[in-house]
Design a protein. Structure first.
Length: 575
């Protein structure tokens, strides 16, 4: 396999000679198989197929088949030369190929006159040209790297390998992500789009890189990048500015441009209902249509919005998030549309670009759309219809190309009937409706969700726990989860905080509202409080066993349904 890789590398540099020399050339690999033959070789030997040509060559040089060429170290001068093929007198020269200190194949030269010296000179010139190119690449930039369409490194300059702290020969043949931190070479191959003068952080320092796709016959077959990393001491001021920008971007509230970080694989669950929901969302991602995500609080609507954007053709563009409920009504218009300098008291002197403009060519995610004021609903409708925005204080409009994903946990249809949400806007937003199921409707997903969240939270809290007990898991599976996945995550975070390191999460580590258990055995309670707690525990357990069916629970407890409601209100039991 390694010899085959080397012969392929060699042939890329050798093809120019095959097409231009007047002599016939046959190239065999290490196994004696023909991997190249030029048209002149076929014409001289009057053969119509490579297999017939190979058979005739082996009749003259059987040592090729037995690999004696390699074992005896034959050279051009020591091999036979004057032979006849199909009554044609030709001169044949044969030479083993050594590339990067490995014997990788054989070259056979076939020609009608003694022009071998000329051919040898052309070979020598070609090798000289290759070495000159390598020298130019080393000196033109601080570093050069190239990958094929699978993202495997095919070329890396010695200086760049040294900067990365890797062996140049060892780096070739490995995936670029295994060798270079924060690389985007494989993404450039996938997108086919060049990336000019980009900052990249390697070894806690910045380099400047330009990545260009390699296109052959209309297809992207790889990518090449040049990098600048030397003389970093002269760029201290530049680095300080970049670090300052980094610090500013860490504050999420001050970010203007957002990046979608989640994909569909981040949506945990194998239940039929979540599979169908993900399937519909994926189908919607392939279009430009507006998507309305409906679901209770904590079901993962924002996660779906991220995933839809990342699955769409706009994935390389901006993903702008706007929480309509979190922005004061008087500021929402300036946030969405932006403003010109000096347009109102308190405005920034340089003006401000709005969220719609930032989302141009990308996606804008309008979360809690049901909380948008009526007057802003009219302005949003105009943006959707006209595909243009006008900044506050401006007399001109700007055309934009945006995809709108909105989300709500409110009943928009009821709000339309009540006159609290515009009917025309509702139909514009609700082109593709994706209903995200609550956790109580996908209880088979609780186990994988718990496993995933425990690992996530342990990393976040720098803690180690030994999983969760079967009994504790049963309590989690049978709980109603009005707050959905967000509530489940909060419960698990609390449990991980109170459990000892490397111990298992047990029922006593869960809130009593879930288990109905008394967790503080050392505290002496009054008889009334113990009776009340026991009564509450019995009610909770009965409701869990009956999956929330209050009629069945009252029969198990041997009380009337009205008495059950009274006691549930008394103990504040919500199922």
């Amino acid at each position: 396999m390694e010899e085959r890789c080397f012969i392929d590398d060699f042939l890329e540099n050798f093809d120019v000679i095959l097409k231009n020399v007047k002599e016939g050339i046959i190239v065999l690999d290490f196994k004696g198989e023909i991997v190249r033959v030029n048209q002149k070789g076929m014409d001289i030997c009057k053969e119509g197929s490579e297999e017939n040509l190979k058979r005739k060559i082996l009749n003259i040089y059987p040592e090729i088949e037995s690999r004696e060429i390699f074992s005896k170290g034959y050279s051009i001068d020591k091999c036979k030369n004057h032979v006849e093929i199909n009554d044609v007198k030709v001169e044949i020269k044969i030479q083993p190929i050594s590339y990067k200190n490995k014997d990788i194949g054989t070259i056979i030269f076939i020609y009608e006159d003694l022009n071998y010296d000329k051919l040898a000179k052309e070979l020598e010139n070609n090798n000289k040209y290759i070495k000159e190119m390598e020298t130019i690449l080393e000196r033109a930039y601080d570093g050069v790297v190239a990958v094929n369409k699978e993202g495997i490194i095919t070329i890396i300059s010695k200086s760049y390998a040294e900067y990365l702290g890797v062996n140049q020969k060892d780096a070739i043949g490995r995936h670029v992500t295994e060798v270079i931190d924060n690389t985007r070479m494989h993404r450039v191959v996938k997108s086919g789009k060049p990336e000019s003068t980009q900052l990249q952080k390697i070894n806690d320092k910045y380099i400047i890189t330009t990545r260009i796709p390699i296109v052959k016959n209309g297809q992207v077959v790889g990518a090449v990048a040049n990098v600048l990393f030397r003389d970093t001491r002269n760029y201290n001021l530049f680095y300080n500015k970049i670090n300052k920008i980094e610090e500013e971007f860490q504050n999420k509230e001050e970010k203007q441009i957002s990046e979608a970080v989640y994909v569909f694989d981040n949506i945990i669950g194998d239940s039929d209902v979540i599979k169908k929901t993900k399937y519909l969302a994926k189908k919607a991602a392939g279009t430009k249509s507006s998507v309305l995500l409906k679901g209770e609080s904590g079901t993962g609507k924002e996660l779906f919005a991220h995933a839809i954007h990342n699955e769409s053709k706009r994935s390389s563009k901006n993903f702008i998030k706007v929480n309509c409920a979190a922005i004061p009504n008087e500021l929402l218009e300036s946030e969405l549309f932006g403003y010109e300098k000096g347009s109102f008291t308190g405005a920034k002197t340089e003006g401000k670009i709005g969220k719609f403009e930032l989302a141009d060519k990308g996606t804008i995610f309008l979360d809690e759309i049901g909380d948008m004021p009526i007057h802003m609903q009219a302005k949003l409708l105009r943006v959707i219809q006209e595909r243009e925005v006008e900044r506050i204080g401006s007399n001109t409009t700007k055309k934009i190309d945006i995809r709108i994903i909105s989300a709500t946990n409110r009943d928009l249809e009821a709000m339309v009937k009540e006159g609290k949400f515009r009917r025309d806007l509702y139909y514009r937003l609700n082109v593709v409706e994706v209903n995200i199921p609550p956790l109580r409707e996908r209880k088979e997903d609780i186990i994988p969700l718990v496993v995933f969240l425990i690992n996530k939270l342990c990393n976040k809290l720098d803690k180690k726990v030994n999983g969760i007990s079967i009994k504790a898991m049963e309590f989690l599976k049978n709980y109603r989860w009005e707050g959905n996945i967000r509530q489940l995550e909060n419960v698990l975070e609390r449990a991980i905080n109170v459990v000892e390191d490397k111990e298992q999460i047990l029922p006593e580590h869960l809130p009593s509202s879930i288990t109905g258990m008394i967790t503080n055995n050392d505290k002496i309670e009054s008889l009334d409080s113990i009776i009340n707690e026991a009564e509450k525990h019995a009610i909770v357990n009965a409701l869990i066993i009956c999956n929330g069916n209050k009629t069945k629970a009252s029969k198990i407890l041997n009380i009337s349904r009205s008495t059950l409601y009274e006691k549930m209100n008394k103990h504040k039991v919500e199922i």
